[in-house]
Write a protein that binds this ligand. Structure first.
Ligand SMILES: *Cc1c(COP(=O)(O)O)cnc(C)c1O
Length: 480
């Protein structure tokens, strides 16, 4: 391990000197980013630290090759090495998640979702429209037929979790293309428990009759029962699409098994690779055989040339995720989130759903401290604690100021934090938030943005955070 870090240290030092000879501001920014990452108590639930092997895999000439198409069927000559890269990455993804098919080209989570949506439309828009147009699938249509099909696509319906309940913009939100491609109705959570109400979801789905049901979230602190989601989708003839962008690491690490593992239940699954899965920045799609041909058409339907250097890094990260070490990591992510939630609740903080059983925790800072999410996020940042404000269900402060702060354990767990460290993090956060007060706005109303932090709190918290960080170094042995 330390040998590897020593080798990586000299590899990076030399790479940076090459970059410096062309544009020193960029090598400088890369160096500073490492310092900043090392010095920040990163609680952003969607971020992580990829391994040095994963990071090193991205900086090379695989980036120079065009390889539009699929493995063995490229629109460019000379793609044999890219075929190897993509095959290995897809093989690892299939074996890791136990899926029938894996597509590793999407450049990001959003791209993966677009590939999935188009694959669903392509597979599901069948008989009447296509027969009338004399086509077997949408790829057979002429240009003029598309006008009719556009109307058909747009009258299709999607049901995803609402943004304030923790859903994502790509689940049919009106300012995202998913909300333009589909007629959308969202499902929320139970006002009492904060949990998904599956009976209500089924009743709504029976009325709305969606083509697609999206399960998955960015800010819901609980596990989802995908067997139940499958039953609901089957009851209304919908395709079950699971967006596991946030929690793919917990699926890969076998923390979510049985009915909590989406892969055996979903028709199609999309994900990022860079969140709890701890890989490079990117996306991928898993599918059943029924959808795999349509997923393969992701390029050219939605994507251009694949990022072959990133596909290579996905292969490395998937290989890492197949090890017992990664399973132990994933279990710690969940255990640590539990410790963090307990640490906050025993100090009087109100959490959405009163706890967590995944990797994230959503604080209701308005009920707990009389602050908006924006004030809390800023006061914590001043004190060296990096979080992000987030809506809570039926948020009284709206989507800009919000009433919540979302935190997660994947990144700090990668640094080696355990339950004791997360309890200390909870203590530091509560200390800061208790000593933050809203500043009255010019209209005499309680301000939603301005706040004041009691003297000395920020410096004291930064010093305590630094102790925790120094004891759990990022990339130990990497000397830069
Ligand atoms: C993060 C996220 C995405 C988008 O990922 P990007 O890589 O930022 O495009 C999509 N869906 C969910 C649920 C997410 O949390």
């Amino acid at each position: 391990m330390s040998d590897l870090a020593a080798t990586a240290s000299s590899a990076y030092a030399q790479a940076l000197s090459v970059i410096e000879s062309v544009e020193p501001r960029i090598s400088g920014a890369i160096r500073s980013e490492l310092d900043d990452q090392r010095a920040s108590l990163k609680l952003i639930a969607s971020e992580n630290y990829a391994s040095l092997a994963t990071l090193l895999t991205m900086g090379n000439w695989l980036s120079d090759k065009y390889a539009e198409g699929t493995i063995g069927h490229r629109f460019y000559a000379g793609c044999q090495n890219i075929d190897t890269v993509e095959s290995v990455a897809a093989e690892h993804a299939r074996e890791l998640f136990g899926s029938e098919y894996a597509y590793v080209q999407p450049h990001s989570g959003i791209d993966a979702n677009l590939v999935a949506y188009w694959a669903i439309l392509n597979t599901r828009i069948e008989s009447p429209t296509l027969a009338r147009l004399g086509a077997k699938n949408v790829n057979d249509l002429s240009h003029s037929d598309w006008e009719a099909l556009r109307r058909e696509f747009n009258s299709q319906r999607v049901m995803g979790m609402s943004l304030d309940a923790g859903g994502h913009l790509t689940h049919g939100f009106r300012h995202n293309i998913s909300g333009k491609m589909f007629e959308q109705l969202s499902y929320g959570t139970d006002p009492e428990t904060g949990l998904i109400d599956y009976d209500q979801l089924l009743a709504t789905a029976r009325e709305f009759k969606p083509l697609v049901i999206v399960a998955g979230y960015s800010a819901y602190p609980r596990r989802v029962n995908f067997a139940r989601m499958r039953e609901i989708a089957d009851a209304v003839g919908a395709t079950l699409f699971v967006d596991m962008a946030h929690f793919a690491g917990l699926v890969a690490g076998k923390v979510f098994t049985g009915e909590e593992n989406p892969v055996p239940y979903a028709d199609i699954v999309a994900s990022t690779t860079h969140k709890s899965l701890r890989g490079p920045r990117g996306g991928f799609v898993l599918a059943t055989k029924e959808y795999s041909d349509a997923v393969d058409k992701g390029c050219p339907m939605v994507l251009g040339g694949p990022l072959s250097h990133v596909m290579a890094a996905k292969a490395v990260a998937f290989a890492e995720a197949r090890t017992p070490d990664f399973q132990a990591y994933a279990q710690k992510v969940a255990d640590n989130a539990h410790a963090l939630a307990e640490g906050l609740m025993k100090r009087g903080v109100k959490l959405v759903t009163d706890g967590t059983d995944n990797h994230l925790v959503l604080l209701d800072v308005t009920t707990s401290f009389g602050l908006t999410g924006r004030q809390a996020e800023s006061a914590l940042l001043d004190s060296g604690v990096v979080t992000n404000r987030n809506s809570i269900p039926r948020d009284p402060n709206g989507a800009w100021y919000t009433s919540g702060v979302r935190i997660g354990t994947p990144a700090l767990t990668s640094r080696g934090f355990g339950a004791d460290e997360f309890d200390r993090v909870a203590e530091l956060m509560v200390d800061v938030l208790k000593q933050t007060t809203p500043v009255t706005a010019s209209n005499g109303q309680p301000g939603k943005a301005k706040y004041s932090l009691a003297d000395g709190v920020a410096d004291r918290t930064k010093a305590s955070a630094a102790e925790l960080l120094d004891a759990n170094p990022l990339y130990p042995g990497l000397e830069l």
